[in-house]
Design a protein around this ligand. Structure first.
Ligand code: TXA
Ligand code: MG
Length: 339
């Protein structure tokens, strides 16, 4: 692993080049509408194992398989539940991953040893063209080092993967900014394993039986058997010690004023939140959607500033806000102060 990593503007010729690399068993940085991914041939265990090495990812954490057309689904799974057909019609292409029983074509390396596989059809044009040009399903986790915030720009991928992969296709900033919604199916219910841009109320348009898995908002112990292995790993951790302050703006300001030390930073919704407090800050947006787009960049920015302690304003826990809250909770190691 000692590549001269190139950032290539995503166009026809760079997509062709990236596809050739993937077909020869290499790993490439791929833009999607959610976050950047590390893409390799999902059907080739050797290529997939290079993803785990590049990320430093635990072997039992399964990868999502990306397709560009409905016909590609055939042969990858042994059963497509009726609810999955409905969700595909409504949300694909887009930021939704569906867990289904895997066929023998998907190697255990890709599925982290599980008998199921998560499938997603991204809407990002470059991703779709790359998958189409390869003519292969692509396994792709988020393109960060394991445990770091997910990358939402080609530069973020470069910061983590320089020397570890041959190239990154640069398609600008990700439109959504948080990873896909992950769901599984149980009889006539949808189980939400990871919240994303497709929200609980979006899913309820397909069935009103939507169960939010306990792991979405609760700490999962290291030795627990969980529905989605990714839930038990420490995630998105900036170097700073992050605490979520769950309360009104006034109580936030007072808490910061009373508790800040020399190298404390704030993570706020707007510049306005900062009036009356003398504390440097990274602003991550005032709507759920903007916060989703900005959260990972904000966490990386705090590291660049060398922040030691961070007090973050608490996002909404509904709609896309639930996805932002879920990521921030992990970045904060579940430290929440309710005021
Ligand atoms: O938006 C996304 O989903 C991005 C882009 C690149 O597509 N990918 C992504 O992959 O976030 P990753 O590997 O960082 O997160 C995948 C999550 C993990 O928490 C994993 O445990 C879960 O999905 N997952 C994958 N396959 C699964 C399966 N068969 N059963 C349960 N959970 C699964
Ligand atoms: Mg990830």
């Amino acid at each position: 692993m000692n590549y001269n990593t190139e950032i290539l503007t995503a166009d026809k010729s760079s997509i062709q080049k990236a596809a050739e690399l993937i077909k020869s068993g290499e790993v490439v940085g791929m833009p999607t509408e959610t976050v950047y991914g590390l893409a390799a041939n999902a059907l080739d265990p050797e290529a997939v194992s290079k993803i785990f090495i590049a990320k430093g990812r635990p072997q039992d954490n399964p990868l999502i398989v990306h397709i560009s057309r409905m016909e590609m689904l055939e042969g990858l799974v042994t059963e497509v539940p009726e609810l999955a057909v409905k969700c595909a019609k409504k949300f694909w292409p887009g930021p939704l991953t569906m867990i289904m029983p895997k066929s023998d074509k998907i190697p255990k390396t890709t599925s982290g040893g599980l008998d199921t596989v998560g499938i997603r059809m991204p809407s990002n044009k470059t991703a779709r063209e790359l998958i189409g040009t390869c003519g292969l399903p692509l396994a792709a986790p988020s393109a960060n080092l394991s445990g770091s915030p997910s990358p939402t720009s080609a530069q973020h991928v470069f910061d983590d993967m320089n020397g570890r992969i041959p190239c990154i296709l640069d398609d600008g900033r990700c439109a959504v900014g948080v990873e896909s919604t992950v769901i599984s199916f149980e009889r006539d219910c949808i189980r939400l394993l990871r919240p994303g841009f497709i929200s609980v109320s979006d899913l309820k348009e397909v069935t009103d039986k939507v169960i939010v898995d306990k792991g979405v908002l609760d700490v999962v112990s290291q030795d627990a058997v969980v529905a989605s292995p990714g839930m038990k790993y420490k995630h998105y951790s900036p170097k700073a010690d992050v605490t979520i302050i769950d309360g009104s703006l006034d109580s936030f300001r007072k808490y910061v004023a009373d508790n800040k030390t020399k190298n404390t930073w704030c993570m706020t919704f707007s510049q306005d939140d900062l009036s009356e407090i003398d504390c440097p800050a990274v602003i991550y947006g005032s709507t759920d959607e903007e916060q989703a787009r900005r959260i990972f960049d904000a966490l990386r920015e705090l590291d660049k500033h060398g922040a030691e302690k961070v007090f973050a304003r608490c996002p909404n826990k509904t709609g896309v806000g639930l996805a932002v809250y879920n990521r921030l909770l992990r970045a904060a190691g579940f430290q929440v102060i309710k005021l």
